[in-house]
Design a protein around this ligand. Sequence first.
Ligand SMILES: Cc1cccc2c(=O)nc(N)[nH]c12
Length: 373
Amino acid sequence: MSETFQFKLIATDGKARRGVITMPRGEVRTPAFMPVGTAGTVKAMYLDQVRELGSDIILGNVYHLMLRPGAERVARLGGLHDFALWPHPILTDSGGFQVMSLASLRELDETGVRFRSHIDGSKHELTPERSIEIQGLLDSDIQMQLDECIRLPAERAEIERAMEMSLRWAERSAKAFGNQPGKAMFGIVQGGDLIDLRVRSAERLAAMDLKGYAVGGLAVGEPQDVMLATLDETLPVMPVDKPRYLMGVGTPDDILQSVARGIDMFDCVMPTRAGRHGLAYTRFGKVNLKNARHADDPRPLDEASGCPASRDYSRAYLHHLVRSNEALASMLLTWNNLAYYQSLMSGMRAAIEAGGFDDFAAATKSGWARGDL
Ligand SMILES: Cc1cccc2c(=O)nc(N)[nH]c12
């Protein structure tokens, strides 16, 4: 525990980094995967299970929580940690990204974004200041600036306009956040697929001396090689001594490749959403439990796993649950998927400390390539 927010690098192996973030609510071992807890819950999981899998931090969303149950209500009930019974660190996304992907009738200008709720059509506004206020009401430990992430492909002028406004919104977000020693506000690098704009965004954010930096505007459908090439050009101009968070990423391979380039933190709906759609992530690659070939298979997903969902239940039973659209299918497969993701993160952390990241990555990829025998 630490009264202040601090990031410490423990080891590096090539560009891969092993670190730890310490703050009053606990520590976050990096590279870290943050299960997505959009509406104050990691869907289909008890948060005790999420914790037991090795999750040091979960993610919440301003957009969803401001619409329902409302930020002021969560504050009256003691904040998100007491509301959801998760006493450990929480990072909250600022809402702009979700507005652009979920809300209707959006108006975005210099002041912020006005939109109608996708739930009941009610009118709302998010400004950099209001987003930080909401994250404060939620008592979030790591708060994200309000930013504008635009869809690619886009014209240079449009990418530059959104990146420059996100920089001005970073200034306003930082001013609204002020000085909260045990908490952090992270800036978000934008710039689309234009390297010169990415570098300008990263350099201008670095000059603001924030406590951490995210790379936004990726994981929005671009090919993996475009995402990785963008990281190759952007990471070198991001502060070495601050956490780097790649938003919305990704598959196990995306994460492995991004840790190799120097990313410290990740969030992605992949493991939880896939779990609700019958898809299991394992050391041997993906297993689609909808597929009839599992109907008589008595084997578990992974007999060597420490997770009961992966180790104890037959594929035949999981296939049956998925085909029957039983709630337990989502529960067991989400449990398996988060267990796999967190085992991948802890394996990378140990490998970096031991100076064996490349060997670990090669062995991990060959396991995926072996497939689901
Ligand atoms: C969650 C997420 C995924 C992917 C990209 C982004 C982004 O650019 N900005 C924000 N605030 N969030 C993002």
